[in-house]
Design a protein around this ligand. Structure first.
Ligand code: PSU
Ligand code: MN
Length: 336
């Protein structure tokens, strides 16, 4: 008879039916707290490459039906590049690692009715049996619990402009400081203060790299931000080696891999800059604060650019998913 197993942080723990009490209690309860899709469960058991995907980008980051179509297309990009996608969300209080197409559609239709769930919201959404879309911070945390160490998204949250008055800095940044997951993204939007965001990440001990030939840190819609990352990474293998080294020393902190948007998808610096300035000004005038701020700015920038920013957004998420899948593949090949 095969002993039941539970998966934790990439390690496979064999639990004999009688000895499970000798493990810390959370280890034995975790496997029932996380519900895995069949596809993700099989990939974890077979140590196949996996890429975690967030769900706030679906509910709060894009309008319906572009959000649904993009989420499905991004999963396909991950599969086409040899990895298994694990879109993460909380449905009626149940954490799901890997969603069905119908579950993705449900979240996409719910939009902002879903709770935008970062780390602080997770226990609340679970206890109240709500439906929550996970931000970068909550997705990183849950991916790590599930044993997935590569995560693809569009952009991470950061230090907001006007931080000196509001103290508004995304929980994504502190999560990156405490959770060893590599986040493949298109950098940080200039709705945020990019310079201060990079300073914050440095303080949190986060390794920040640019994917490509330069260390120019990307600004989401545009290929450069005027700020530099610590290093450039030119191949998926280099990224995999970096992740493996992070794990080997048990750093317990994350990695940002900034992938510049493709030239043909990038936006005009000045046009997008103007839209962002208008959106930020409006958010201040309307007193938009806290977790409402980022969704408000994303929506306004999209409206002000006549939907052009959404097109760039979709293109860059797909590119990030393909890079992340290749990294996950090389990481799985290292067998660490
Ligand atoms: N940036 C985007 N699209 C997004 C987000 C950020 O370009 O959808 C979402 C992500 O889920 C991110 C969250 O984790 O917003 C950050 O929100 P806040 O700034 O409130 O921490
Ligand atoms: Mn915030």
């Amino acid at each position: 008879k095969v002993a039941p197993t539970t998966l934790l942080a990439g390690r496979r723990l064999a639990l004999s039916p009688t000895s499970s009490l000798s493990f810390p209690r959370y280890l034995s309860t975790l496997s029932s707290t996380l519900r895995f899709s069949d596809e993700v469960k099989a990939a974890l058991e077979q140590k196949k490459p996996l890429v975690a995907l967030e769900s706030t980008i679906i509910s709060h980051g894009m309008p319906y039906p572009a959000n649904f179509e993009t989420a499905i297309a991004v999963e396909k990009v991950v599969r086409d590049n040899g990895a298994t996608p694990a879109t993460i969300a909380i449905l009626d209080g149940q954490i799901q690692i890997g969603l069905s197409q119908e579950q993705i559609r449900h979240l996409a239709k719910m939009g902002r009715e879903a709770v935008k769930a970062s780390r602080r919201d997770l226990a609340v959404v679970m206890a109240k049996k709500q439906t929550g879309a996970t931000t970068v911070s909550a997705t990183m945390l849950l991916a790590h619990r599930a044993g997935i160490s590569v995560f693809a998204t569009g952009g991470i949250g950061g230090v907001h402009r006007g931080y000196e008055d509001t103290m508004d800095a995304s929980a994504d940044l502190t999560e990156l400081g405490r959770t060893p997951v590599a986040v493949v993204c298109a950098g940080v939007k200039s709705i945020l203060d990019i310079g201060r965001t990079l300073e914050f990440l440095e303080t949190q001990g986060v390794t920040v790299a640019t994917y490509g030939k330069t260390t120019d840190f990307p600004a989401f819609f545009t290929r450069t931000s005027g700020f530099q990352s610590m290093l450039n990474i030119e191949t998926p293998k280099e990224a995999a080696d970096l992740i493996a080294a992070n794990h080997a020393i048990d750093l317990q902190s994350g990695i940002v891999i900034g992938v510049p948007i493709a030239k043909e998808d990038a936006m005009d610096d000045i046009l997008v800059g103007e839209a962002i300035n208008v959106a930020v000004k409006e958010s201040i005038e309307q007193g938009i604060l806290g977790k409402e701020s980022t969704p408000f700015l994303l929506k306004r920038v999209n409206e002000l650019t006549g939907g052009n920013s959404l097109k760039s957004n979709i293109a860059l998420v797909k590119q990030n998913a393909s890079v992340a899948a290749k990294i996950a593949k090389d990481l799985a090949a290292l067998n660490v």
